[in-house]
Design a protein around this ligand. Structure first.
Ligand code: HEM
Ligand SMILES: *[C@@H]1O[C@H](CO)[C@@H](O)[C@H](O)[C@H]1NC(C)=O
Ligand SMILES: *[C@@H]1O[C@H](CO)[C@@H](O)[C@H](O)[C@H]1NC(C)=O
Ligand SMILES: *[C@@H]1O[C@H](CO)[C@@H](O)[C@H](O)[C@H]1NC(C)=O
Ligand SMILES: *[C@@H]1O[C@H](CO)[C@@H](O)[C@H](O)[C@H]1NC(C)=O
Ligand SMILES: *[C@@H]1O[C@H](CO)[C@@H](O)[C@H](O)[C@H]1NC(C)=O
Ligand SMILES: CC(=O)N[C@H]1CO[C@H](CO)[C@@H](O)[C@@H]1O
Length: 401
């Protein structure tokens, strides 16, 4: 009884916060409803949350138990307090150990988490190695914009530790959500609370990932549209892209921008000359093509990461300290020095450009506050809870029913 009381106190405290994080603009609400996803009617559930002020009225709704809930109001504070009280500590110490061994794990896991939540919600679908036991079907992690995702082994490592401590209890989706938060914090980013109780999907979503993961050559219109379909407004989108403060970008993602922009055979004319030369030096022409053909020949001994040797370090990662999560991403955009076309596009739309300037113009506190809020919102996106989904034993395999 006491536990349930606690749960409702926490829910009562959190619902107003969560509602305040919701996009108040009607525009994206209507866009959400046109989302061509099989579960699109779940949005009505989210909208009804506006009306009742008492949190206890939402679980009484029928669809509560069947639909993914967009705003995470069905998640719980410290969900594992009885079933695996050490879960969050275990994750934090594993993440800390991994981070000090491989600092580049932080951007890898942050990106993995973004890709997971963006496609059918934070349900660990991106971690699956097959789709419903059908190894012939393509899976999310093979979808084109996904191809260079890394860090799966780190999540497996953490999962193994938790399986030893509390077998079959902690979902891969929760592990990924908490690990992403802990990595962000270690990398110098802001701390934000992560609720728990996510369940894992039993399937992977290849077509959706191919279609809906933003692409590096997307214009700002498409980028904003993809994010608004998930309830993120312009401000939230611009702050979320601040994830590009850390990590590295494979040259293949900017080849076309440097050498054959929109089929012109030329570089993107908006890139400042000195920056263009610097990027070309890091990413020589035809590099990936050459490597790709080598790949065909030496497929057997060459693992995927060996093929892609040329990386352009995001300009931050030269700074080894925790200072990477500052405003340099936005300052680069102001100077026309964004790495991806999609990054720089934020400057070509009045509203997003204003936001970039705003983030770049103080000590970073506006960005950090917004980034914490938007990560909290991302973490709650379309989660499965209760009897939905499952808890995987191995993050790359669904539990067969
Ligand atoms: C318009 C939206 C976005 C596009 C087009 C995009 C695209 C990309 C691309 C092409 C890479 C390079 C991957 C590689 O070379 O292996 C990358 C890296 C990365 N992205 Fe994004 N991304 C977007 C939004 C986001 C968001 C919202 C986040 C997180 C909040 C994020 C986090 C990262 C991180 C941390 C990396 C570095 C990964 C690493 O070092 O392994 N991205 N992104
Ligand atoms: C996968 O494809 C192979 C050959 O294309 C076929 O023999 C096998 O039965 C398929 N497996 C499944 C699970 O569909
Ligand atoms: C996967 O879950 C969905 C509902 O979430 C269910 O309809 C389907 O039968 C499940 N598939 C398998 C193979 O368990
Ligand atoms: C942006 O890209 C979409 C397709 O991805 C295209 O339909 C649209 O015309 C583009 N908008 C601009 C302003 O280039
Ligand atoms: C790159 O490839 C294109 C087309 O194959 C070719 O025309 C060009 O000369 C190559 N550039 C370099 C630097 O090798
Ligand atoms: C999890 O499943 C993968 C196959 O998808 C397998 O390679 C791996 O060894 C399994 N991990 C554990 C801990 O059993
Ligand atoms: C990084 C990567 O694999 N890029 C590929 C994206 O998809 C297009 C079209 O399918 C390929 O041409 C790229 O090589």
């Amino acid at each position: 009884m006491v536990n349930w009381l606690n749960v409702w106190i926490v829910v009562a405290l959190l619902v107003p916060v969560l509602l305040s994080l919701r996009n108040p603009r009607r525009e994206s609400q209507t866009k959400i409803q046109t989302l061509p996803k099989p579960h699109s009617h779940k949005q009505t559930q989210t909208q009804t949350l506006h009306l009742p002020s008492s949190p206890s009225s939402s679980p009484s709704s029928n669809s509560f138990f069947n639909e993914r809930i967009r705003d995470g109001s069905n998640l719980d504070y410290d969900f594992y307090r009885d079933t695996c009280p050490q879960a969050e500590d275990t994750i934090r110490s594993a993440v800390t150990r991994i981070f000090f061994d491989r600092r580049d794990s932080a951007p890898a896991i942050l990106r993995l988490f973004f890709h997971d939540c963006f496609i059918q919600g934070c349900d660990a679908s991106v971690l699956l190695d097959d789709s419903n036991g059908d190894k012939n079907r393509s899976i999310e992690k093979q979808a084109v914009p996904n191809q260079t995702l890394r860090g799966f082994d780190k999540i497996d490592l953490i999962k193994e530790e938790l399986e030893q401590a509390c077998p079959g209890v902690v979902s891969c989706a929760d592990i990924l959500a908490i690990a992403a938060r802990d990595f962000v914090t270690l990398a110098g980013g802001p701390f934000y609370p992560v609720l728990t109780g996510r369940r894992d999907s039993n399937q992977s979503f290849y077509e959706e990932a191919n279609d809906q993961i933003p692409r590096p050559d997307d214009n700002v219109t498409r980028t904003l549209r993809l994010f608004s379909l998930r309830g993120f407004n312009e401000r939230e989108t611009v702050s979320l892209l601040g994830g590009h403060n850390i990590g590295k970008i494979g040259c293949e993602f900017i080849q076309e921008r440097l050498y054959n922009f929109q089929g012109t055979g030329q570089a993107d004319p908006t890139i400042p000359v000195d920056f263009l030369n610097q990027m070309k030096l890091n990413c020589p022409e035809n590099d990936t093509i050459l490597e790709a053909s080598t790949f065909e020949v030496s497929k057997l001994e060459s693992s995927h990461s060996d093929i892609r040797t040329s990386y352009l370090q995001a300009l931050s990662s030269a700074i080894p300290s925790g200072a990477a999560f500052d405003t340099h991403y936005y300052q680069s955009l102001l100077k026309g020095r964004g790495l991806l076309f999609a990054d720089q596009q934020l400057m070509s739309h009045a509203k997003t450009a204003r936001l970039v300037s705003a983030y770049a113009s103080d000590d970073g506190s506006t960005f950090r506050t917004d980034f914490a809020r938007v990560m909290l919102k991302l973490s709650n996106l379309d989660v499965l809870t209760g009897l939905q989904g499952q808890v995987r034993l191995n993050c790359s395999q669904p539990v067969s029913s």
